[in-house]
Design a binder for this molecule. Structure first.
Ligand SMILES: [Zn+2]
Length: 390
């Protein structure tokens, strides 16, 4: 009868082993090699080799084909000391993988040799449960969820558009939501602004929003700004956020946010609603058009009635705000095709959605080749002059 030592000796003679030095060379040379950490989760939490896929030994055979569909892909496995990874390399050989190596001395030796390590953030058990439908998706997984929890999104307005966007982003586990709004809840808001309710009429919108969002997901950090966005505060406020979402309905703010996002190179998920119609697009600075590429100047007042005058159909802000929310998640996770250079127009009466191509203007006053606007201007004055301030 063979002992474990015999088995290990036999296994090691049948597989390929590489040293830390060889692995480091391979990683540095940009070889397309797949590195797999086969230790248990508690061990992985203490640190891992950068770029490693974390797949505990027990589920390696189950998961490996998802990550490595091609059998002659070069793979390096490591465990703590080089034993489990040797046995694992043998198992992968049986599955048909023909370029598998086991790291001699494992993670412990690697760390002792002072080679690069990193510490990944993991979800706790409650988060695992809360975000399980995300984690199930290969496009998100635990890694994507951690990324969302570490992300910061800034919402302009806690009204018709900001309500559904913030509600769903909080539910999806975007870790920090900044919300600016200087208004208080009015009964006429409640027909569409679902973050607020009857008992909060007269309360600041940002406080009402925070209460609703915290009740839904206590994980999310809500930062409130009960003020008006202006040339004085915008750069300082938005500089630390990853994505900016516009849910405001006046022209000075729209131009202000656009210019600030171009200057700071922040993705801006923009939308507008009018009666039965809504529009959504993503302004990715210097990769697609900005708002000024489309509208260098505000329209004359008779062309631009506000919600207050023209009315807005219930549910419509929900559709448009949720579309903004989806775009935010895609940008944060770097998946799919964001609405860059495309304007979606929803006509809810006919229930038709049109997509219009929109182009970057090389002569755009803010993101063009020779921009005339290089710093924030007086937006109230600019819109008054153009006659668009409503
Ligand atoms: Zn532009």
């Amino acid at each position: 009868m063979a002992s474990f030592q015999d088995l290990l000796k036999k296994t090691k003679s049948e597989i390929s082993e590489i040293s830390g030095e060889e692995l480091q060379k391979k990683l540095e040379s940009g070889d397309k090699l797949i590195l797999v950490d086969v230790r248990e989760k508690e061990e992985q939490e203490q640190g891992n080799i950068p770029q490693a896929h974390l797949i505990p030994r027990g589920i390696l055979e189950l998961k490996i084909e998802d990550i490595v569909p091609i059998r002659d892909q070069e793979i390096v496995l490591y465990c703590a000391g080089g034993t489990r990874s040797a046995l694992a390399a043998n198992a992968l050989k049986d599955l048909g993988y023909n370029r598998v190596h086991s790291l001699i001395g494992g993670y412990n030796q690697w760390a002792k040799e002072k080679r690069a390590t990193e510490k990944k953030v993991f979800l706790n058990s409650e988060q695992f449960e809360r975000y399980s439908r995300h984690i199930l998706m290969p496009e998100v997984k635990e890694e994507g969820q951690v990324k969302l929890l570490q992300s910061k999104v800034f919402l302009v307005g806690a009204g018709g558009l900001g309500s559904p966007t913030a509600y769903y982003l909080a539910a999806a586990g975007v870790g920090t939501l900044g919300i600016i709004d200087d208004d208080v809840v009015d009964r006429s808001n409640l027909q569409r602004q679902i973050l607020h309710n009857e008992s909060r009429v007269g309360e600041p919108k940002v406080e009402s929003a925070k209460e609703t969002l915290k009740a839904l997901n206590p994980d999310v950090n809500i930062i409130t700004y009960r003020e008006k966005l202006s040339s004085e505060n915008v750069m300082d406020i938005i500089k630390d956020y990853d994505v900016i979402v516009n849910g405001c309905d006046n022209f000075p703010t729209r131009y202000l946010i656009n210019d600030a996002c171009v200057f700071l190179k922040k993705p801006l998920v923009d939308a507008s609603i009018f009666r039965f119609e809504g529009q959504v697009t993503v302004h990715m600075p210097f990769q697609g058009p900005c708002y000024r590429c489309l509208y260098p100047e505000p329209p004359p007042p008779e062309m631009a009635p506000s919600c207050q005058e023209a009315g807005v159909f219930g549910v419509l802000p929900g559709i448009i705000g949720c579309t903004q929310g989806i775009e935010v998640l895609k940008i944060l996770l770097e998946i799919g095709q964001p609405l860059v250079g495309r304007l979606l127009v929803f006509d809810t009466l006919k229930m038709k959605i049109r997509e219009m191509k929109i182009r970057q203007d090389p002569n755009c006053p803010v993101c063009g080749q020779d921009p005339s606007i290089k710093e924030l201007i007086d937006y109230e004055g600019f819109c008054r002059l153009a006659g668009g301030d409503r």
